[in-house]
Design a protein around this ligand. Structure first.
Ligand code: ADP
Length: 386
């Protein structure tokens, strides 16, 4: 930015601009040349522009006699001299002085605006760079925390499984009477312990699977299996629990339903969808399960042959903004401590990962109060062979 800085060496009545703001730097040479040419053309005089150090910036000295002079001032500062010769020298000086004042004024304004813009840009760039550095540090920290969390989940799940397997083994031996006679009441208690320990083992296995998912180590153990049969077995497991709440589960199996997959993982997908359907449906509601051949992913236009598992309920449904989140780990629509429904928020995360590990898709069609239809698809065996 140009500033007027008084030079203590100079006469006090002869102020000057600092080096940054002299006439040659302020106004481009072509503009000074144009100005001189225009004035000379208009008045037939000879005109020169000279800076404050005596250097001629535009125009040529006239051939005839001593020139008339005029000091070029701007904001009370001396910028240089105008020299004119010829019959209309005085008018040429008037015209040139007025024109030059305007040109200098504009040039000064341009200079100021340019300086301010440059400074603003420099500030913004510095801010952006600092912001970016802060973001990069935060991302690195989050990645590190995420890695630590996955390691923690994997280690803890493993360490919890080992003693739990012993609890289950010893309980089974006691039920079988290997540690001596047990009464009916003791057997009943032991059976409850066994059931709860199995449930706990299932939960720990889920957490371990989520940790494997995050480290990208999900192993799929495939064999040919009849999905219809597997689903029928799971429906039978849930029938009693649903029946106690007056919920009927209808099963409809159509056509050939063989898939090439991991029995444990597919059973878990079926069990998660069924357990959610029953859990989120009010008493005396309806749950329908259908297993049938159909397209793999009709929404994406992928109609390769697949087996579809369709679980429909007449339950509470899910709002549009929650749909994408329900497949995220540990997410529950109602996560309050007073929530009405139990669960870990891992069922659908694992279901999606397992289905996709088989090359299938999972999606939901739902609306609050209107029930939900979850569809999981698995590539049909013929498609794999072809
Ligand atoms: P959870 O163990 O909590 O059931 P999930 O991952 O299986 O965990 O489901 C995540 C959340 O998605 C549930 O807590 C519930 O809010 C919602 N949800 C899943 N299935 C249904 C359904 N059939 N009807 C309504 N909400 C559902």
């Amino acid at each position: 930015m140009s500033r007027a800085v008084p030079d203590p060496e100079r006469e006090p009545h002869e102020p000057t601009l600092d080096g940054d703001a002299d006439l040659a730097r302020l106004v481009p040479a072509e503009e000074l040349d144009d100005l001189v040419a225009a004035v000379e053309r208009a008045l037939g005089a000879r005109l020169s522009i000279i800076d404050r150090t005596g250097r001629r910036l535009a125009g040529m000295p006239g051939p005839d006699g001593e020139p008339s002079r005029r000091t070029i001032m701007h904001d009370g500062l001396r910028l240089g001299e105008l020299e004119a010769t010829g019959a209309h020298a005085a008018e040429a000086l008037d015209l040139a002085a007025t024109a030059l004042e305007l040109v200098v004024h504009h040039a000064n304004a341009r200079d100021l605006a340019g300086g301010a813009h440059e400074q603003a840009m420099r500030l913004t760039f510095a801010e952006l760079t600092e912001h970016n550095q802060r973001l990069s540090r935060a991302v690195a920290r989050l990645e590190e925390l995420d890695r630590l969390k996955s390691n923690f989940l994997a280690t803890m799940s493993h360490e919890l499984r080992t003693p739990l397997t012993s609890v289950i083994g010893y309980t089974e031996m006691m039920i079988e009477g290997l540690a001596g006679q047990v009464s009916d009441e003791q057997r009943e208690y032991l059976t409850t312990i066994l059931g709860k320990a199995d449930q706990l083992l299932g939960l720990i296995t889920s957490v371990l699977d989520v940790a494997s998912l995050e480290s990208g180590n999900l192993a799929v153990d495939r064999c040919a299996l009849a999905l219809g049969e597997l689903v029928a077995n799971e429906v039978a497991t849930f029938a009693a629990q649903a029946g106690r709440r007056g919920i009927a589960i209808n099963l409809d199996t159509r056509g050939e339903t063989t898939v090439f997959g991991d029995r444990r993982k597919i059973r878990q997908v079926v069990s998660s969808l069924l357990s959610n359907a029953v859990k989120f449906t009010p008493d005396r509601g309806r749950v329908t399960v259908c297993v049938r051949p159909g397209p793999l992913s009709p929404h994406d236009g992928d109609c390769s042959p697949a087996i579809q598992l369709v679980v429909t309920d007449s339950g509470i449904g899910i709002s549009r903004d929650q749909i994408a989140k329900i497949f995220e780990p540990f997410f529950q629509v109602d996560s309050s401590s007073t929530r009405a429904f139990g669960g870990t928020g891992l069922g659908l995360t694992l279901a999606k990962a397992y289905v996709e590990a088989h090359g299938g898709r999972i999606w939901v069609d739902t609306a609050p109060g209107k029930g939900s239809t979850f569809v999981a698809t698995f590539p049909a065996v013929e498609a794999r062979a072809g």
